[in-house]
Ligand binder design. Structure first.
Ligand code: FES
Length: 254
């Protein structure tokens, strides 16, 4: 499988009392914790997990669907938590190997996700600025773009010439995006057929993040390996006492 480099956002809900109980004197704040089920005591030794009981039926149609190739680019991805974003500046990010720029469009009161590439000379738009009209301005020659990706200004264009800023080739590719659970999500395709994808498919919803009885931490970190490697690592807790030796409060290694 092709390795997918990019960023990852981690979100963990936790009870505040458990967070402070688990980690005394940490070398760094490690965000993994667990939520205490309401009916259990704080002692981990008393916590038992019961296998969920369910019955699965697999129809011929479902079997066929399982055999279909997984499409990494037909689903929502978390880019950044809103609390980490500054509305006054564009933010560059690489997700699934795609370079995007996230910026606040004050005219539409929405976070926008564009290709991080100016249609003029391919300069990264994340190096630009938000101009006084709330447009995303390229750092190289100052072209300005609205939240819909349209070019609104080419400073060097002659006022007597053709309105070159309206040409399709002057537009920036825009990705569908939405804020949910305090996180900016994007759909990694600029194909027009996905423009309104949010009306048909929404990002995974995490109800605890919108529940005031929960506290949580969100942080993000750029990692130099693929999503599938990270998931494999998180599914492998046996490595923790050794690979994180002296960092986490775990049973002593044998
Ligand atoms: S490269 Fe962006 S305006 Fe020229």
């Amino acid at each position: 499988m092709k390795a997918l480099s990019g960023s990852a956002s981690f979100t963990v809900s936790s009870s505040p009392s458990i967070t402070t109980t688990q980690f005394s004197n940490p070398i760094f704040t490690f965000p993994y914790s667990y939520r205490k089920p309401n009916s259990l005591s704080l002692s981990p030794s008393l916590i038992q997990f019961t296998k969920p009981k369910f019955t699965a039926t697999v129809s011929t149609t479902e079997t066929v669907e399982q055999d279909e190739k997984f499409d990494w680019f037909s689903r929502w991805y978390a880019i950044m938590p809103v609390c980490d974003l500054d509305k006054r500046a564009p933010h560059g990010k690489r997700v699934l190997g795609v370079d995007v720029v996230v910026w606040w469009d004050k005219n539409e009161s929405a976070w926008k996700v564009f290709d991080d590439m100016c249609p003029h000379r391919l300069a990264p738009l994340s190096q630009g600025r938000i101009d006084q009209w709330g447009r995303l301005q390229c750092v190289y020659h100052g072209w300005c773009f609205s939240g819909s990706g349209e070019c609104k200004l080419i400073p060097q264009a002659s006022p007597d010439g053709p309105p070159v800023h309206t040409f399709q080739r002057a537009c920036v590719a825009v990705y569908p995006s939405v804020v949910q659970n305090g996180i900016v999500w994007f759909w990694p395709s600029t194909d027009p057929q996905y423009k309104d994808i949010i009306t048909k498919k929404k990002p995974p919803y995490i109800p605890e993040l919108d529940d005031p009885s929960f506290t949580y931490k969100i942080f993000q970190r750029d990692i130099a390996y693929g999503y599938e490697v990270l998931i494999e690592n998180l599914m492998d807790p046996a490595h923790v006492p050794y690979a994180h030796y002296g960092i986490l409060r775990t049973p002593p290694p044998r």
